[in-house]
Write a protein that binds this ligand. Structure first.
Ligand SMILES: Nc1nc2c(ncn2[C@@H]2O[C@H](COP(=O)(O)OP(=O)(O)OP(=O)(O)O)[C@@H](O)[C@H]2O)c(=O)[nH]1
Length: 377
């Protein structure tokens, strides 16, 4: 038969070990707040477990306060789960969770003294808290990493519930079936804890990798897509337009005499002009359109559903707006113009590379024709 004290020690050790894992992954993944809450929660839970079970501590700790500490730790874990779902959990809720966990053992210690009642109903309460964690996480959807964590919380809740239910039915701790269930639940608890923490780490690492992948497709100066992002996203935009039998327009925009802006005002001002242009273009786009920085001072727009006439109209509106805009940096006010090339899939097909090179040719024609104008290719 499994020794319950040994299993309890295993549970505390596993909690400490998983806390170390959470801290290590927080260091690697830029210390996201949810990992910090989970690590803190885990640490508090292990302190509570030690308080509730260690011999030699004053009775009040093992009988009442230990349970409150465990619940407080679970409140922190729950807070982390909410933060992971871009929500929050007020401290008032954490306090209520903690106070309820104190009231149950206090009732069965001070009002109606019953060890069985205390262990049993505290078990039910902690089962509920774990299920609440499972539900909070499951509602966030996106099952990568979450599934293992939800299963961990569900199993942990089930183990605690079974233990409570068994204690309610078997008053005698020497009862064999009761001991068997107790042992099995004590074994399931650390295993579920390991699952939960691995799930948490997976969730955070997955999100971190996604963020890095997203950042790698963006131009650091302007926030528009970079060439890599343009290749990936551009293919999707072109395919979507083609499947929907809609025209796809590509507009190439190149700042005129940008070298002169750099030479006259300095590179930081040139950078600000590029940021300004990207901001303005983004505002003009619909959510499914695409903006990328193609080269130094050249941007490309891919607009789904615009035929030649509509695309020329948009390009002319953008050119006119650029001409009117004033970029203000400190005491400086800088005006600039841009040359614009427009092409659509109706003339050049849906291959984005061909569209871009045709658009580029039209844009260079606009430069040759005197700049600050739109040419359709
Ligand atoms: N500030 C800044 N300048 C850049 C950046 N990328 C490229 N440039 C500069 O942009 C300038 C582009 O100059 P050119 O290719 O001669 O073009 P232009 O002066 O705009 O002339 P036209 O295109 O013919 O009107 C170069 O001096 C590059 O150094 C950037 O990220 N920031």
């Amino acid at each position: 038969m499994l020794n319950l004290d040994t299993l309890l020690l295993v549970q505390v050790c596993v909690t400490l070990l998983t806390t170390a894992l959470l801290v290590a992954s927080a260091c690697y993944a830029g210390s996201p707040p949810e990992l910090r809450w989970w690590a803190a929660g885990n640490l508090v839970v292990s302190a509570g477990l030690a308080m509730a079970n260690l011999d030699g501590l004053p009775f009040i700790f093992s009988a009442i306060i230990g349970y409150g500490v465990i619940a407080f730790g679970m409140g922190l874990v729950l807070r982390g789960l909410r933060v992971h779902g871009s929500a929050t959990l007020s401290w008032r809720v954490v306090a209520i969770v903690t106070v309820l966990a104190l009231l149950i053992p206090a009732y069965f210690t001070l009002v109606v003294p019953s060890l069985r009642g205390r262990l049993c109903f505290s078990g039910f309460y902690f089962a509920l808290l774990n299920w609440l964690c499972a539900v909070t996480l499951a509602r966030q959807g996106g099952w990568r990493g979450i599934a293992i964590c939800v299963s961990g919380f569900a199993v942990l809740g089930l183990a605690l519930f079974m233990r409570g239910a068994h204690m309610l039915r078997h008053a005698d701790p020497a009862d064999v079936p009761a001991s068997l269930v107790m042992g099995a639940s004590m074994l399931a608890i650390p295993l579920a804890q390991v699952c939960i923490v691995f799930g948490m780490i997976l969730m955070v690492m997955w999100r971190y990798a996604e963020r890095l992948r997203h950042l790698s497709t963006l131009d650091a100066l302007t926030g528009a897509l970079n060439r890599g992002g343009l290749e990936n996203e551009g293919k999707r935009v072109a395919l979507r337009a083609q499947r929907g039998r809609r025209s796809l327009a590509v507009i190439m925009i190149d700042v005129d005499f940008f070298k002169r802006i750099n030479d006259t005002y300095g590179h930081p001002v040139g950078d600000e002009v590029l940021r300004h242009l990207a901001r303005m273009l983004k505002l003009e786009l619909r959510p499914y359109d695409l903006l990328a920085r193609f080269g130094g001072e050249e941007f490309v727009l891919a607009l789904d559903g615009l035929d030649r006439q509509a695309a020329i109209k948009v390009a002319e509106r953008l050119r006119a707006r650029i001409e009117l805009e004033l970029v203000e940096i400190d005491a400086l006010s800088v005006r600039y113009t841009a040359s614009v090339g427009v092409v659509t899939s109706d003339e050049h097909g849906y291959d984005l590379i061909r569209l871009i090179s045709a658009g580029d040719a039209a844009m260079y024609e606009a430069k040759r024709a005197g700049r600050n104008r739109v040419i359709a290719g």
